[in-house]
Ligand binder design. Structure first.
Ligand code: ING
Length: 299
């Protein structure tokens, strides 16, 4: 009898600069309730799921920038998410901006956490591949300031045993780089959770919209197949303060097939019953990957 895990990609529509965090938390809770009703055990929220995609906005003052960051997780504002996870026995991946005090200094990360049905943080990941630029680009229609606002992630690509599955995390641009999948693949990862915010236009060169979706799909289909892992990819999508973010939330099987795909650019839940033994056959028979023992990193 193979291991089954019902997963959900809990896609968010736009979050405007003026939207309150409380209104966003309500939307996240609604998606968790919907996921519970549909029998999900785990849901994946987007990257930076508590705020608008603020790296598109230039701010001079650190005080203003830090308003977008979380100093503790859970905080009083986000605690209802953790309480709902216990009530609904739901695990969830949440992307957010993390402000941490490390090596005697303040560090800022584009972070994701995996939270279990007991409301405790199982694991933390900090985005390694930071796209964009540090300086203000006056000729750009909007900025992409992740290199200015975030430090490079310093936790590597760990994996965790959770719900009898080896799980890993990545964030947005990470999905474009083969090492993201292979580092976790060599740790026998069976499910990678990934939130993203991807604008439909590039500031620096013209690129047709259909290529955005093509590249979004092929990098994950290849990564899933070449490492024998499931991937749940969840968008923040829609038009945020005039800037469009692509949709395309999807669930990819270890065969490389896309088995579920969002159809809107709004809050939308897509689900699938994943056979968690499917990837092992690919990893061991097709590629015979030199698997190390899965780390059980805890935070
Ligand atoms: N966004 C984009 C992403 O990787 C990007 C940045 C878009 C890079 C298109 C290259 C091409 O989806 C984030 N937040 O990483």
């Amino acid at each position: 009898m193979s291991r089954k895990l019902r997963v959900g990609a809990a896609q968010l529509g736009p979050i405007q600069l003026a939207d309150s965090k409380a209104s966003v938390i309500r939307r996240l809770l609604n998606l968790m309730e919907e996921a519970h009703t549909s029998g999900c055990h785990l849901i994946v929220y987007p990257e930076l799921a508590l705020t608008t995609f603020f790296p598109r906005h230039w701010r001079d003052s650190t005080a203003e920038i830090d308003l977008w960051f979380e100093r503790e997780m859970p905080s009083s504002e986000t605690r209802p998410l953790f309480e709902a996870a216990v009530r609904l026995q739901m695990s969830f991946y949440l992307g957010y901006a993390e402000l941490a005090f490390e090596q005697e200094d303040i560090r800022r990360y584009n972070t994701s956490i995996l939270v279990g049905p007991d409301g405790r943080v199982v694991g933390k990941y900090r985005k390694v591949h930071l796209p964009g630029h540090r300086d203000f680009r006056p000729n750009y229609p909007f900025q992409q300031l992740e290199k200015r606002y975030f430090d490079v992630g310093n936790l590597g690509f760990p994996v965790w045993w959770h719900r009898d599955v080896i799980m890993g995390m990545a964030i947005c641009n990470d999905r474009r780089w083969p090492e993201t999948y292979r580092v976790m693949g060599l740790q026998d990862v069976e499910l990678i959770m990934l939130g993203y915010n991807t604008h439909t236009i590039n500031q620096y060169h013209a690129e047709s919209k259909h290529l955005k979706m093509l590249h979004h799909h092929i990098v994950m289909q290849a990564g899933a197949y070449q490492n024998g892992t499931w991937i749940v990819a969840t968008a923040k999508t829609g038009i945020e303060d005039g800037c469009e973010l692509m949709g395309g939330s999807c669930i990819v099987a270890p065969t490389g097939e896309i088995v579920a795909h969002a159809v809107t650019q709004e809050d939308e839940l897509i689900t699938f019953d994943c056979d968690m033994d499917l990837g092992g056959q690919i990893k061991r028979n097709r590629f015979n990957l030199p698997i190390t023992v899965a780390s059980s990193t805890t935070v």
